[in-house]
Design a protein around this ligand. Sequence first.
Ligand code: SF4
Length: 351
Amino acid sequence: MLLYIHIPFCDSKCHYCAFNSYTDRFHLKKEYMRALEKQLKNDLKNIDKKIETLFIGGGTPSTIRYEEYTEIFKIIKPYIIDDCEITSECNPNSASKTWLEGMKSLGVNRISFGVQSFNDEKLKKLNRAHNAKGALSAIQNAICIGFNSINCDIIYGVQNDSFELIKEDFDTLFKLKIEHISAYSLTLEEGTKFYNKSEIKIDDEELSYKIFDYLKENGFTQYEISNFAREKDYESKHNYGYWQHKNYLGIGAGAVGCLNNYRYYPKKGIEEYIKNPLDYEIEELSNEDIVVEKVLLGLRCSNGFDKNILNEKQLKRLIELLEEDKLKEISGQIYNKNFLLADELALYILE
Ligand code: SF4
């Protein structure tokens, strides 16, 4: 069982961001945290397995003082396993030394920084709230404090990006001995400032392959289309849980939870969520939906999927792909050889 908690506050709205986050609702922080506690208490009552991973994401969790998380950690304590992976996302401008120390003392053992780049011009273009110097110092603080599982997000495929520029970002992370890198290609999402500005995005498959190779040469194993870890132990167990289709609780405005064949959605707007954090929309998943998800997610990561979930027609198409050497099979589990082709291969099998 996985647990996700959503913090929908941000200091600035990044021009590419379609996440449920707000820059003008800070006055609701306290009430929001109380609503989270209410939903958390309610949802935890319904689980039959202990929590293996907690992920505090957003938005920007570091916009909330660490003291404000105390009650949440008290509530979850009886429900989590001893070596629970507890990750918090944060942004360099708000993850102060005090915040990082405070979160560590509460139990956070994995930190994920939204770095995106160490190039100030690029950070400005993306409308990030931090600069390169701030990112470096926040990461160094986290290392000094004793976090030994750190992720940094890096975005690529932005106008004026070149392999040389991205390489500098990775070289900085290698010097810092960061354990995990999420390297994402920019997507132009509807409802964002960048949507309809096709000139902002570089569609260059060659660049992706160069990045994958460079990370590999420097000791990082790609275990998902955008995720790279120095060692198996540093892979995100939380994300892996999603890809393995484990059950998860989704706490907070715009979060999503999934229990067996049901997905549930708390209210998206902060005010509505605060009014009634237990007002969910529920969606029932068909067996077909679950197969689609398992194949799509399985091919995007090193987990693969069990071929026995496929029907006869799908199996036939799978065999074609195996014969063409596009996928491989080990004891009935199907693995992808090229994550960039994941969607294409999945759609072919499922068509
Ligand atoms: S900090 Fe993250 S969540 Fe907030 S606007 Fe930027 S990308 Fe979106």
